[in-house]
Each structure stands twice: as structure tokens, then as C-alpha cells.
Design a protein around this ligand. Structure first.
Ligand SMILES: Nc1ncnc2c1ncn2[C@@H]1O[C@H](COP(=O)(O)OP(=O)(O)OP(=O)(O)O)[C@@H](O)[C@H]1O
Length: 230
């Protein structure tokens, strides 16, 4: 699904290149659940944003299914992203002025899905994730865990093949965090959604089949993990 080759990213700081990522080579197969770990500043978010097509590297190539991502015009890259990728952030990034229902509906508006179809899709998701009763509330009226759940439902509504999550449980207590990780596991196993998450937590990383450890912008090691027993 994903093949990154010789990906590097640098910024010019005071006339000198400062490397954020250096010669990253990673393959991710459809259906995998991968965790990215590493100390603060090691380049995790930058790598996730490159995988999510939100950021461009300074060098290297990226194959997403049969598409050479950097050969595409920006418009086509955006279409590829919108069609295939859902993003979840630590700080939820919900729109405060919109209700739960409206927040979940937003990605469908960008995809020009018809009104009647949107209604059916949102209702279906509200039902599936047991949040029908919250649909008219605003984000400020929800707990952190509930807000993240809405963020996840919003990321999933357009049926992405790839779910990217940057510290998805960073603002949650351990019980809420565990619920979100269990949900990720379910989405991965039952729906076949490929997941790549950045995490500081060993416990959360263990939910993945594979852990990629970054250090100073390089892949320091990759460890395969047995599936977590439930
Ligand atoms: N526009 C920029 N110009 C210069 N340096 C940058 C820029 N954006 C990011 N960096 C640097 O890139 C490095 C990697 O950042 P990144 O957010 O990818 O790290 P991270 O591993 O996700 O860290 P954390 O765990 O703290 O979130 C940091 O040292 C950061 O200062």
C-alpha cells in the first residue's frame, strides 16, 4: 500500500540544512497496524504528515498503491488523499461551532456526497459507535474521550483505507485511551483499515503489528509484535 524510498526532509536554518528525516525506507502492507515511536523531535509527526500527504519531503519517492505520489499534480494528490486517508489528531481538531452531527458530516460535504446519502451515512455511524444521543451537542459539551471518538468517527465516515493518528490518546486518561486503542484494533481487524499511529506509549504501541522506532530522523529499529491478546 505504502512504499517510501529514500525520504529525507530538511529545513535551511541559518543557511545550513537541518535534517528532520534522513533516508527513510518503509513499506506498509494493506491491513497492517503500525506504531511509530521515538523521542520528542525525532521526526514522528513529520513522517506521519508525509505519509498522509499533508507535507512534502525534500527528497525521495512515495508510492501509494499504484500511484507515484510526487508525480501527481497537487489537485490529484488531494483527491487521492481525500479518497483514501483519514486523520486523527491529539487535540481532536473538531469544529467548536458545529454539533457532533455536523462535525461528522463535514468530510462528506468536501466530497460532494448528496444530502440524502449524507444523512444516511451519518446516522449509520452515530448508531454504530453508540453516540446517537450526543448528535446535537457541541464539542465543549463532551468529555475528552467522547470528543476523540467523534474525531475518529469523522475520520472514518468517508471509508478511508488508511487511518493515520498522531498521539490519539495524548489528552486522554488511561481508561479512555484503552477504549480508543481497542476501537482501533477492532477497526483494523474487522474492517481491514490500515492504521499508522504515532505514540509515546509502549502500551499503545503494542497494539500494532510492527513498531518503527525513529531516532534523530532515522529508522533506528523495527520490531514485530505479536497481536495483542484480548
Ligand atoms: N518549519 C520547520 N523549520 C525548522 N525545523 C522544523 C520545522 N518543522 C519542524 N521542525 C523540527 O523538526 C523536528 C521534528 O519534529 P516532529 O514534530 O516531526 O517531531 P516528533 O518526533 O513528532 O516530536 P514530538 O514527539 O515532540 O511531537 C523538530 O526538532 C522540529 O523542531
Amino acid at each position: 500500500m505504502i512504499q517510501l524510498q529514500h525520504i529525507s526532509k530538511w529545513y535551511n536554518v541559518g543557511g545550513k540544512p537541518t535534517f528532520i528525516l534522513k533516508d527513510i525506507n518503509i513499506k506498509i502492507t494493506e491491513g497492517e497496524f503500525v506504531s511509530i515511536m521515538g523521542p520528542s523531535g525525532s521526526g514522528k509527526t513529520t513522517l506521519l504528515n508525509i505519509i498522509g500527504m499533508l507535507d512534502l519531503p525534500s527528497e525521495g519517492s512515495y508510492q501509494f498503491f499504484d500511484q507515484a505520489v510526487y508525480d501527481l499534480r497537487e489537485k490529484h494528490r488531494t483527491e487521492l488523499y481525500k479518497k483514501n486517508i483519514g486523520f486523527i489528531f491529539q487535540a481532536y481538531h473538531l469544529i467548536d461551532e458545529l454539533t457532533v452531527y455536523e462535525n461528522i458530516e463535514t468530510p462528506l460535504l468536501y466530497q460532494d456526497v448528496k444530502s440524502s446519502e449524507r444523512k444516511a451515512m451519518v446516522s449509520d455511524m452515530l448508531d454504530k459507535f453508540n453516540i446517537v444521543g450526543k448528535k446535537d451537542l457541541f464539542p465543549s459539551q463532551l468529555s475528552g474521550g467522547q470528543q476523540q471518538l467523534v474525531g475518529i468517527v469523522r475520520a472514518l465516515i468517508a471509508k478511508p483505507k488508511l487511518l493515520l493518528a498522531d498521539e490519539p490518546t495524548g489528552n486522554l486518561n488511561s481508561k479512555q485511551g484503552e477504549e480508543i486503542m481497542d476501537l482501533f484494533q477492532k477497526i483494523n481487524e474487522e474492517e481491514g483499515v490500515t492504521i499508522v499511529q504515532v505514540t509515546h506509549s509502549e502500551k499503545n504501541a503494542d497494539y500494532g503489528h510492527r513498531i518503527i522506532n525513529l531516532l534523530d530522523g532515522r529508522v533506528e529499529s523495527i520490531s514485530e509484535k505479536p497481536l495483542k491478546q484480548v
